[in-house]
Design a protein. Structure first.
Ligand SMILES: *Cc1c(COP(=O)(O)O)cnc(C)c1O
Length: 366
C-alpha cells in the first residue's frame, strides 16, 4: 500500500538525533518550561522572522489563547465578529466560539480554497473586529492585501498557520504577516512533534507577555495569577523533538514541492481538477488536493491499485452536529469543495516510483 503519509519513515531519518535530544531532557531532570522550550521558541521565532514565539500545548490552544489574550488586553469583547473561511478545519471556528466571539463564515476563493479580499469586504460589518485567514493545504492567503484591508479598517488579524509552516509571500513568512500566527505541531503537520504541540508567533510584546501568563494558569510570576488562565504548556521533550525537526523543515518542504511538481506536470485527466498555485514560493504542500465529481468511485479505484487517499474534510463545520442551527447562511462553494476534494499521498519521503504509479493510475481513470 502506498501510504498517504509515512510518519514512521519520516521520523526514522532523525532517530539518532531524536534519541539524543530525548536523553538530554531525561538527564536534565527538568521537564516543563525549561531551556528546551526557550531554545525552540527562539529558533522558531527566528525561522518565522518574528520577535516572539510562545509555545503551547497544541494548535487549537494557539488559536484560542490568542483570541483570549486580545480579550484580556481589551482589544476584543464577547459578541465581536471574526471573519473566517467556511471551508476550514473546525479548530479555527472552535477557537472563536470558545471565546464567545461570533464566527462569520465566508466562502473561499474556489481556486485557492483561501479567503479572498472580496469575500472579506462583503462580510465586514460594524461588529467586525478580526480576520482569521487559514492558509489551507499549505498555500498562503493573500496576506499583503488582507493586511492592507485590516489596517485601513482597524481589524486584528490572526493567521491559522497549522498547515503552512514556512509558506511565504515576498520573502515574508506566514505567522509574520498578521498580528499573530497560530501553529500546530501535530505529528502529521509539516513541522510535526512526536505528540501534541503548538505555538503562537507575534511581534507584539504585550500579546506575547499575556500569552505566556495565560498558558500557565494566568501566572506571570510564581504563585501570582493575573488571569483565570489554563494549563497549555509545550513540554521539554516535545520542544527538544521540534528543535531537531526544525533543522530539516526547509529540506522537507522542497521534497514536498518536487512531489507537487511531478503531480502538476504528470496528471492529465479531464475528470480531475488540479490545485491552483498562485505563487510557487507561497505553497508548502501540506496536502495535495484534487477535485473530482465521482469521488467515491475514484477512491475505490485507487484503493484497488494500493494507493491510500484521504478527504480533507468530508463535512464542513457549518454542517457539523456541534454547530447545529448556528449558521443559517448558504455555503454552496464550501459544500462543493467538501463533496469533491481528495488528498493524494504527499510528504517528504514519498518515493518517485510511487508518484509515477499514482500519476499513471490517475490518468487511466475514466
Ligand atoms: C491541525 C489544525 C488545527 C489544530 O491543531 P491541533 O494541534 O490539532 O490542535 C487548527 N487549524 C487547522 C487549519 C489545522 O489543520
Amino acid at each position: 500500500m502506498i501510504k498517504f503519509l509515512d510518519l514512521k519513515k519520516i521520523n526514522e531519518q532523525y532517530k539518532d538525533e531524536l534519541n539524543e535530544a530525548c536523553s538530554r531532557v531525561i538527564d536534565s531532570g527538568w521537564y516543563i518550561q525549561g531551556t528546551e522550550l526557550a531554545s525552540f521558541e527562539e529558533q522558531f521565532a527566528q525561522y518565522c522572522g518574528t520577535k516572539y514565539c510562545i509555545g503551547v500545548a497544541n494548535g487549537l490552544d494557539a488559536l484560542t489563547l490568542t483570541l483570549r489574550a486580545w480579550k484580556e488586553l481589551g482589544k476584543l469583547s464577547a459578541g465581536d465578529e471574526v471573519i473566517v473561511p467556511a471551508n476550514t478545519y473546525i479548530a479555527s471556528i472552535l477557537s472563536i466560539t470558545e471565546n464567545d466571539l461570533v464566527p462569520v463564515l465566508v466562502e473561499p476563493d474556489p481556486q485557492t480554497y483561501n479567503l479572498s479580499i472580496e469575500g472579506i469586504k462583503n462580510a465586514t460589518s460594524q461588529k467586525t473586529k478580526a480576520i482569521l485567514p487559514v492558509h489551507l493545504y499549505g498555500q498562503i492567503s493573500p496576506m499583503d492585501e488582507i493586511m492592507a484591508y485590516a489596517n485601513s479598517h482597524n481589524l486584528l488579524v490572526l493567521e491559522d498557520c497549522a498547515q503552512s509552516h514556512g509558506a511565504q509571500i515576498a520573502n515574508k513568512k506566514c505567522g509574520n504577516w498578521g498580528d499573530a500566527g497560530a501553529f500546530s505541531f501535530y505529528p502529521g503537520k509539516n513541522l510535526g512533534a512526536l505528540g501534541d504541540a503548538g505555538a503562537i508567533t507575534t511581534n507584539d510584546e504585550s500579546l506575547a507577555t499575556t500569552l505566556k501568563a495565560l498558558r500557565n494558569y494566568g501566572s506571570h510570576k510564581k504563585y501570582e495569577n493575573l488571569y483565570q488562565g489554563v494549563n497549555s504548556r509545550l513540554d521539554e521533550i516535545q520542544a527538544a523533538m521540534l528543535s531537531v525537526k526544525l533543522k530539516y523543515l526547509d529540506a522537507e518542504t522542497q521534497q514536498r514541492q518536487s512531489v507537487a511538481k511531478a503531480y502538476l506536470e504528470g496528471i492529465n485527466n479531464p475528470l480531475i481538477k488540479l490545485p491552483t498555485v498562485v505563487e510557487q514560493v507561497g505553497h508548502v504542500w501540506h496536502l495535495f488536493t484534487i477535485e473530482v465529481e465521482d469521488r467515491d468511485r475514484l477512491i475505490a479505484y485507487l484503493t484497488e491499485k494500493d494507493i491510500q487517499t484521504l478527504v480533507h474534510y468530508p463535512i464542513p463545520p457549518h454542517m457539523q452536529q456541534a454547530y447545529k442551527g448556528v449558521f443559517t447562511g448558504e455555503y454552496p462553494i464550501t459544500e462543493n469543495i467538501h463533496n469533491n476534494i481528495l488528498s493524494l499521498p504527499m510528504g517528504p519521503v514519498t518515493n518517485i516510483k510511487d508518484i509515477e504509479w499514482i500519476i499513471e493510475s490517475l490518468n487511466n481513470f475514466s
